[in-house]
Write a protein that binds this ligand. Structure first.
Ligand code: SAH
Length: 231
């Protein structure tokens, strides 16, 4: 693809052509047809310009229902997965404070920021934290706090949230995060199940109920792995 001139880039930022609001509306129609029901989530998916979160050369594919590379061996999750996890995290409630593990380029963060009071998002790759910060700032999303950290371990912070969304594939429940969940809170994560093909996980919902943790195993998904340590 030829380099974009200033005017082209301006048009792309404004969302004309393959990255237009109309393309986004079509994506939302497909999400609805694929079973996403939460209108608040669909409105957020309609509002956030997904093409700004991928490299310009990939912007033309930004609204296809596929994951795309974002550098550093990581991906932006496919729209259906982002919508589904957000719908599960909200669970029909007014969403207060949310912790996301695995910011990546910040797309899921932006969707959550549209429907939650505040989003804390943790990413282990420093360069991605900087990239996400740039994009989220340009979108004027002020109810977001990003942190360079390892979200598979306890966060050294006094943070209590209503929902935790883990956007990297876990082989075990990251129990270190559970103390950050308020009573009645919910964790949504891709969790590998015994017998699953390598790299496949199930969307898993953990509800912190008075009677203990209630677990539901849902759709099969494919996420990059949840890793330890910083990069
Ligand atoms: N939420 C993103 C998905 C990014 S892919 C989206 O909207 O598309 C998953 C991200 O999780 C990667 O950027 C990866 O670096 C990050 N990650 C993996 N293990 C992590 C950990 N222990 N702590 C924080 N981030 C982690």
């Amino acid at each position: 693809m030829a380099a974009l001139g200033g005017g082209d880039r301006e048009r792309q930022r404004n969302g004309i052509g393959m990255t237009s609001a109309r393309t986004r509306t079509r994506m939302v129609d497909r999400l609805r047809a694929a079973g996403i029901k939460d209108e608040l989530v669909l409105a957020a998916m309609n509002a956030v310009p997904r093409h700004l979160f991928v490299d310009e050369a990939l912007a033309i594919r930004a609204y296809d229902d596929v994951p795309l590379p974002i550098g550093h061996g990581q991906t932006i999750s496919q729209p259906w997965v982002v919508a589904r996890m957000t719908e599960l995290a909200r669970n029909g409630r007014t969403l207060g404070d949310v912790l996301e593990i695995g910011t990546g380029c910040g797309y899921q963060t932006a969707i959550l920021a549209h429907i939650a009071r505040h989003v804390w998002s943790v990413e282990r790759i420093g360069a991605l934290v900087a990239k996400a910060k740039r994009i989220l700032t340009s979108l004027k999303l002020v109810n977001v706090s990003l942190k360079h950290g390892d979200g598979s371990h306890e966060l050294k912070e006094d943070l209590a949230v209503d929902a935790i969304v883990v956007t990297a594939g876990a082989t075990l429940v990251p129990t270190a995060l559970l103390p950050h969940l308020k009573p009645g809170g919910r964790m949504v994560l891709p969790l590998a199940q015994p017998g699953d093909e390598h790299g496949v996980q199930r969307l898993t919902v953990l509800d912190l109920t008075p009677a203990g943790i209630k677990e539901q195993t849902l759709d099969a998904v494919r996420f990059v792995p949840l890793l330890s340590g910083l990069a």
